[in-house]
Design a binder for this molecule. Structure first.
Ligand code: ASP
Length: 439
């Protein structure tokens, strides 16, 4: 059994958190490859080390004195080192960082030092090998992650090492320049390492006990999700549910390695398993509910639209030339609506409407705004009768007007459009009918 364990910033924010992490790692010999984030927040108004580094670097490139800011960052690390009774000194590293900041080597280098230094501390504390991610994680000349080169070099390197710490979030380009993933990217590193060592499991340790059926800011104490498939997760994540970085599922998915989201502050909780496929039914017909506000819809009507070959293409080409991506296109015999992000659409609104007039000459063309989309996701829906019916009656009882319905062809989700004002109420109504009442 071989596991890759990734720890998020709040799990490594202080010496106290490091101690929890150590006992988690020592509890199982199979936890062999450790991917740390940079120290996160210790309390609500605290600042993440990554943000401190970006800020410090900005000061440096403006030619201002950044010594104090860098000293504050050093203090964060020294506090951890002292709290763990380590003899490690990061003086040389900080000298080099100072030097490189003065030379203006790049924002990515600056951000990456958070995980680099935390990785060094973690390796010293555990007695594991330290492997600099710049030597094993690669980006190509277009600054895109180079999955194949990385996998080849990383797996060869790790084959020779039994226990190692590989800092998250960054890698290097062929010319040696440091490049980071987008924010929260240590999740991706963990997944890349899991793929490279063909791990049995990728454990992602954070500060919540896994995914919840819906947003706890909308429903009080929602139930946790025990098992979710990669595809269900994609649907929910796209609609705004966030615990794991969007891109983190791809490397492990190609090898069928499950991800287990766990809570460093409650290690006995089983968390959420993310798997390719499962015969385990969700506890409730649905797996999760997520949604987003801020959509607009462009409604087009034209007699005999259905007989006009290429109508849809012409309409969509207008969105394409204006650089707007669409979300959904519900259609009727003589009607077609295009859902878009309102913020993206607003500034180009008149151009798009004029464009549609030009290409299809509609009978009616109007815009509705301030809409929200809610995705009800669940692998169990395909084999259950009446899921849609229950959603609609729950919304009707809550006095909510449904503005759009779209069931994906995978039958994995039902998307419902409501007005922004009804968003929270609609989510609560759907949650209640499936989870609270378990209908
Ligand atoms: N430290 C980085 C960030 O704050 C990456 C990570 O934590 O995954 O975004």
């Amino acid at each position: 059994m071989k596991k890759v364990v990734k720890f998020g910033g709040s799990s490594l924010a202080s010496a106290r958190q490091f101690k929890k992490v150590e006992s988690i790692i020592r509890a199982e010999k199979s936890r062999r490859y450790v991917v740390p984030s940079a120290p996160g927040k210790r309390f609500d108004n605290d600042i993440k080390v990554t943000d401190m580094l970006y800020d410090c670097y900005e000061t440096a490139v403006m030619g201002q004195d950044f010594d104090k800011k860098l000293e504050k960052i050093k203090e964060r690390y020294n506090e951890i080192i002292e709290g763990l009774d380590l003899t490690l000194s990061l003086d040389e590293d900080f000298k080099q960082i100072h030097d490189f900041f003065e030379k203006g080597v790049g924002k990515d280098y600056a951000g990456s030092r958070g995980e680099y230094l935390n990785g060094k501390i973690m390796a010293a504390y555990l007695g594991f090998d330290f492997i600099d991610a710049a030597e094993v994680i690669f980006f190509n000349d277009k600054e895109e992650f180079d999955a194949e080169k990385t996998n080849k070099i990383l797996s060869a390197r790790l084959e020779k090492v039994e226990y190692a710490v590989i800092p998250g979030f960054y890698g290097a380009m062929a010319n040696g320049r440091i490049k980071t993933f987008s924010r929260g990217g240590s999740d991706i590193t963990g997944s890349i390492v899991a793929r490279a060592v063909k791990a049995d499991l990728y454990e992602n340790w954070t500060d919540v006990s896994g995914f919840l059926v819906t947003d706890p800011r909308i429903v009080k104490d929602p139930e946790p999700i025990e098992t979710i498939t990669y595809r269900e997760l994609r649907e929910l994540a796209y609609m705004g549910a966030s615990v794991l970085h969007d891109e983190a599922i791809f490397p492990v998915r190609s090898e069928g390695i499950p991800i287990n989201i766990r809570n460093t502050n409650d290690p006995s909780a089983p968390g959420t398993m993310i798997v390719e496929s499962t015969c385990k039914k969700s506890k409730y017909t649905i797996t999760g509910i997520a949604g987003k506000k801020g959509f607009a819809t462009i409604n087009i009507e034209k007699d005999r639209m259905n007989t006009e070959v290429g109508f849809g293409r012409k309409v969509l080409s207008v969105f394409e030339t204006n650089g707007i991506s669409f979300e959904h296109i519900p259609s009727g015999i003589d009607t077609m609506s295009v859902f878009v992000h309102q913020s993206e659409f607003e500034e180009k609104e008149q151009k798009v409407l004029a464009g549609i007039h030009r290409v299809v000459d509609p009978d009616v063309l109007n815009v509705e705004s301030d809409l929200a989309l809610i995705a009800v996701v669940g692998r169990g829906m395909r084999s259950t009768r009446g899921t849609a019916g229950r959603i609609f009656s729950a919304l009707a009882h809550a006095d909510i007007n449904i503005r759009m319905i779209d069931q994906g062809s995978s039958e994995l989700n039902i998307i419902i459009g409501v007005s922004n004002d009804d968003f929270e109420k609609a989510i609560r109504a759907i949650y209640d009918i499936f989870v609270t009442l378990r209908l």
